[in-house]
Design a protein around this ligand. Structure first.
Ligand code: DX5
Ligand code: ZN
Length: 221
């Protein structure tokens, strides 16, 4: 596995020029496109659906698209996002009545499957589905909005998730989402994360390449 992946959240991109801005952040050195789907039901905000994912593919985006579903219910959207070009599909266990079934559905659709844990959600469902999970995503803010501050207690939770993953011996990614900045990414990596979502830190910066390089320099320390 590539040691560290940087996944800009296009929630903070310019929605009026989404294809262009996504291509720009990838050309600046990003590894993965993080695609936040909000339904005004599971979270109090409304963003984009499968048609937008398809539009990015049609525009020529070939990088992996990491779809973060903040929706309830989950299952009906899984085939739609797989069809629209998603590479990874993650969901919140509270939002699916049958977590094991949803994980299986994601893999059956040819995507990698991820489980997302809110700041106050314990990790214990994970131990029962480690064989069906390709990625664990820890929220370091409450989901729904970009630009919030990193919740420090997430560092201990990352260490706990890292232990569970290492003990499983499986190649499961540990992604962190919310409030990731150049000045805290090293500490977050030290706690066990290997995939970093960053929305406002990258898209609100004047020079995407400089910001991503600065993050990689922190990770190399
Ligand atoms: C929040 C989303 C995040 C968000 C992160 O619900 O899941 O992906 O875009 O934004 P920043 O990096 O600005 O905290
Ligand atoms: Zn997200």
């Amino acid at each position: 596995m590539q040691p560290y992946l940087i996944a800009p959240s296009i929630l903070s991109a310019d929605f009026a020029r989404l294809g262009e801005d996504t291509a720009k952040v990838l050309a600046a050195g990003a590894d993965v496109v993080h695609f936040d789907v909000m339904d005004n039901h599971y979270v109090p905000n409304l963003t984009m659906g499968p048609m937008v994912c398809q539009a990015l593919r049609d525009y020529g985006i070939t990088a992996p698209i990491d779809v973060h579903l903040m929706v309830e219910p989950v299952d009906a959207l899984v085939p739609q996002f797989a069809e629209a070009g998603a590479s990874i599909i993650s969901f919140h266990p509270e939002a699916s009545r049958h977590v094991d079934r949803t994980l299986q559905l994601i893999r059956q659709q040819g995507c990698e499957a991820g489980l997302v844990f809110n700041p106050a959600t314990p990790l214990h469902v994970l131990e029962h589905v480690l064989d069906k999970v390709d990625l664990v995503l820890l929220m370091s803010v409450n989901p729904g909005f970009g630009g919030q501050s990193f919740i420090p207690a997430t560092l201990d939770k990352l260490k706990q998730a890292r232990r569970i993953i290492d003990q499983s011996g499986r190649p499961i990614r540990l992604e962190i989402d919310g409030g990731v900045k150049t000045d805290n990414i090293a500490e977050i990596a030290a706690a066990g994360a290997d995939m970093f979502v960053a929305g406002s830190a990258i898209f609100n910066s004047a020079d995407y390449q400089a910001t991503i390089s600065a993050m990689r320099a922190e990770l190399a320390k």
